[in-house]
Design a protein around this ligand. Structure first.
Ligand code: HEM
Length: 527
């Protein structure tokens, strides 16, 4: 009995690990990911080795080495232990995975060899069943992805993002009022802020103060991604034929979930887009991402190309929610935690704000050049606990040889962002500590271009907008509020309790803290 339960437990462990890492097969509707193709390595390049890594076991490879929690600690250990830390290779049930641990190597692969290292892995759950192939963050590298990327770049590159300043600032001011009214609900207010900025910027729609149906639907979609986005979380990722079983089939509960999620996903993409288009036709629209691009649709192109371009605009608008909502919320949450833990940093930032702004006004994004310490806090927040510790996985679209090592086609490639942002050569000493002052040293690298926003051609196209959103949120919050440890009802302070999530995102789990106006004068600024 004991032996059989051990066997079952071992089987479950194998299955769980296998589900966690295996990617299934699919043919994307537009473009083709190369991530499911295996090659006979020894035949292709006899004598060449894979990069170093933990020794694989027969058949299962490194399945049992694969971490289930606090993953970055294992990746750091591997980086220290193997291959002077630049490249670590593992093989899980025949699937090759590569960890890129240094900035030098990230630049070599993701930038200089971008035509090989810019594809994305795919899974049956995310792509075939939930149909996320429309979202360009998940699209294979190719022409269709390029159309989407260009649509986004045209409206979000550094020299045009100032058109969004009014939306960012107005909604941040509303965040301050909400924080003042119910500080204990700060996390809900941050979700509202991120959603409100994206809805207005993308579709010209101002969301409702509470229970906005668009935002509530987006929360359902983001929850679906959190669950389905872990490759192998569902058996169908391991056994792709399961996608054909009918809903009534025993064990096919996932299909019913999929149906609900698909509805939420199509509502998220279609409903605000149709509302924006209707406003444009009625001539009542606010200028926004969707209407600007629809207006620019070139008249001389054929109807079928125009139809494709409309699809690209709709898809790209939908992707903005996926890329921009949870990321911004999580970064502000990590900042609030950093302020609770580092009151001296907070006081220094508030002094900079008071000296420059005086008592009578709140910050604007245009003040950025005059507030270098706030800028340093934004950079340190991005560096200290990078939101996406392995960015979003890339995948090789052909085989390659790097420093004499063989990298097969279809290898899943992770940029080890945590490792790069803790490199003391690039960021100075004590990289585990939150020290904004390090960014005043001109030799220190900018985290934004060292992995915090990803790599190469897939690097975050929303990064300037995101940086501005973080700047105005941090500066405004610190101008008006003090952030400190939580308090009991009798006012007694107690130390903040927090933890960090494992998996795709590296963010603090929700924690209690105190957010109070600094003074009556500061509170008056909210009026
Ligand atoms: C603090 C905020 C943010 C962080 C830390 C962040 C980080 C990232 C990272 C690490 C990637 C993956 C890059 C790679 O594959 O190498 C990414 C991709 C992406 N991000 Fe962001 N992001 C943020 C905010 C935003 C915002 C506000 C938007 C949109 C308005 C956005 C849109 C996207 C899109 C569309 C992609 C997919 C790019 C592609 O696959 O070609 N992100 N982001």
């Amino acid at each position: 009995m004991a032996v059989s339960s051990q066997l079952i437990a071992f089987g479950c462990l194998l299955a769980a690990l296998y589900f966690k890492v295996f990617k299934g097969r699919r043919i994307p509707p537009r473009g083709k990911s190369h991530c499911n193709i295996r090659v006979a390595v020894t035949e292709a390049y006899p004598g060449l080795k894979f990069p170093p890594g933990p020794p694989p076991k027969p058949l299962i490879g490194n399945l049992l080495d694969f971490p289930m929690a606090r993953e970055w600690e294992t990746y750091h250990k591997w980086a220290q232990q193997y291959g002077i830390g630049e490249l670590v290779h593992i093989n899980v049930l025949g699937k090759h995975m590569l960890f890129v641990n240094s900035w030098r190597m990230a630049y070599e692969l993701f930038d200089k060899r971008s035509s090989i290292y810019s594809d994305r892995p795919t899974t049956p759950m995310m792509h075939d069943l939930l149909g996320f192939g429309w979202a360009f963050v998940f699209q294979p590298y190719g022409e269709w992805w390029r159309w989407h990327r260009k649509a986004m770049h045209d409206q979000f590159h550094r020299s045009v993002v100032s058109v969004y300043y009014p939306v960012q600032v107005r909604n941040t001011r509303e965040l301050l009022r909400r924080l003042n009214k119910s500080p204990e609900d700060y996390d809900a207010h941050l979700h509202w802020l991120a959603g409100a900025i994206i809805m207005e910027m993308t579709y010209g729609i101002q969301v409702k103060p509470n229970h906005d149906p668009y935002l509530e639907n987006v929360e359902t979609v983001l929850a679906a991604i959190t669950e389905a986005g872990i490759p192998g979380r569902f058996l169908v990722d391991t056994l792709p034929f399961l996608k054909y079983v009918p809903e009534w089939f025993p064990g096919a509960g996932f299909k019913r979930k999929v149906r609900g999620w698909r509805q939420a996903i199509s509502d998220m993409v279609d409903l605000p887009f149709e509302a924006a288009r209707a406003q444009l036709e009625a001539g009542t629209t606010n200028a926004c991402f969707v209407t600007k691009l629809l207006e620019e649709l070139s008249l001389h192109k054929s109807d079928s190309i125009k139809e494709d371009e409309v699809t690209v605009i709709k898809n790209t608008a939908g992707t903005l929610f996926l890329g921009g909502a949870d990321t911004t919320v999580s970064a502000i949450r990590a900042f609030i935690l950093a302020m609770v833990l580092h009151p001296k940093v907070q006081r220094k930032a508030q002094k900079e704000l008071d000296d420059f702004l005086g008592p009578d006004r709140l910050p604007e994004i245009e003040d950025m050049d005059q507030l270098p310490y706030i800028v340093a806090i934004v950079k340190e927040a991005l560096r200290w606990r990078p939101l996406a510790p392995l960015a979003v996985p890339h995948c090789t679209s052909q085989e390659d040889i790097v420093d004499g090592y063989y990298i097969p086609k279809g290898t899943i490639v992770f940029g080890n962002v945590v490792e790069m942002l803790r490199n003391e050569e690039h960021f100075g000493p004590d990289t585990d500590k939150f020290i904004p002052e390090r960014h005043f040293n001109p030799d220190v690298r900018d985290p934004a271009t060292t992995g915090a926003f990803g790599f190469g051609r897939r690097a975050c196209p929303g990064h300037t907008l995101a940086f501005n959103s973080l700047f105005i949120a941090f500066a405004s919050i610190l101008k008006v509020f003090n952030i400190s440890n939580p308090r009991e009802e009798n006012g007694k302070e107690f130390p903040v309790e927090y933890d960090w999530t494992s998996g795709f995102f590296f963010v603090p789990t929700p924690f209690k803290c105190t957010i109070k106006p600094r003074s009556e004068e500061a509170e008056r600024l909210l009026l």
